[in-house]
Design a protein around this ligand. Structure first.
Ligand SMILES: [Zn+2]
Length: 316
């Protein structure tokens, strides 16, 4: 059976439409729900989020892949209600943004424990929600070098990806060699891995994008919109034209080697979020920019419709 796991159940790949492959309903560090300054009533979060998803749908956006993961504010029942309200498919992930965002409970977790946790979330469901994860998040902890916990998470994720056919996406693509070694070791084909944030302002210079593609991996240009041209840019911002040029070089060289997204928060948890940046950057800025650079409608569809559907479809 070929399908994609969404929070409201399995969906046929051809029904996914335009996909935002790396976004957040709301991301926060563990404990952010206890912060008094940025604490938001659930109703406020809902009212901030629904119009953004409705706008996304009005542009033709049909699928939202949430990259939040365990411990960072993932809330499946909430995602279900948002999906039902807006008609946007939401794909939730299992896994962790990085070892350093895992709560102390998971710090000494073994590969086998993590593997069973990921398998349960993919094949049975997340918590008691019955919603199955459609992708696995892994990442490199702050500092840019994989920690021992990061490596155990990567190995467990690779094992679960091989056994279930769900893909993996990574937070950061710096230091990819240990990651690729683990994936090879576990027998995971690299075309099942989206190496994320190859485009951000801090890390792009140290990310060996050519090497990742030579190994068969996919490059995630997935922090579009965090640009130095914003009024209060974040530390990972990058010049708009510089990023676009980097992306278009890949689009022209090997369109199947890239996926793109905005990494926006519909309603950030425990931090102000980035003012003026939403998922709709994809339709309002990125696609028009790509077309101005000569990308055809067919190329745009390949990056936002055909290839993400192929990537998200369970292979076993
Ligand atoms: Zn993200």
């Amino acid at each position: 059976m070929t399908h994609v796991n969404t929070v409201l159940g399995p969906v046929a790949p051809e029904m996914l439409g335009y996909v935002a492959i790396h976004e957040h309903i709301g991301y926060g560090m563990p404990g952010s729900e206890l912060d008094t300054t940025f604490w938001k009533d659930p109703l406020v979060r809902y009212e901030e989020t629904v119009p953004k998803l409705q706008k996304f749908a009005s542009y033709g956006g049909r699928t939202f892949v949430d990259a939040t993961g365990i411990c960072n504010g993932r809330d499946i029942d909430y995602y279900k209600s948002l999906s039902a309200k807006t008609g946007v498919h939401i794909v939730a992930c299992t896994g962790f943004v990085g070892g350093n965002t895992a709560l102390p409970f998971f710090v000494d977790a073994t590969v086998d424990y993590l593997y069973r946790q990921f398998m349960h979330e993919i094949t049975v469901g997340i918590g008691g929600t019955g919603a199955k994860a459609g992708i696995i998040k892994v990442g490199v902890s702050r500092g840019g070098r994989m920690t021992e916990l990061d490596k155990r998470i990567y190995r467990a994720a690779a094992r679960a990806a091989v056994h279930t056919g769900v893909p993996i996406f990574t937070h950061l693509a710096i230091d990819p060699k240990p990651a690729v070694e683990i994936f090879h070791d576990e027998g995971l084909s690299l075309d099942r891995v989206l190496f994320g944030h190859v485009d951000d302002g801090i890390n792009h210079g140290n990310t060996p994008d050519e090497w990742i593609v030579s190994q068969g991996g996919i490059l995630g240009f997935d922090t579009f919109g965090y640009e130095t041209q914003l009024p209060n840019p974040p530390f990972w911002a990058r010049d708009r034209n510089d990023r676009l040029g980097h992306f278009m070089r890949w689009v022209n060289q090997d369109v199947d080697a890239v996926l793109a997204s905005a990494d926006a928060n519909c309603s950030a948890l425990g931090w102000p979020g980035q003012e003026g940046h939403t998922i709709n950057y994809i339709f309002e800025d990125l696609i028009p920019d790509m077309k101005a650079e000569g990308a055809s409608d067919e190329t745009v569809e390949r990056i936002f419709v055909t290839n993400p559907a192929k990537f998200l479809t369970l292979t076993v």
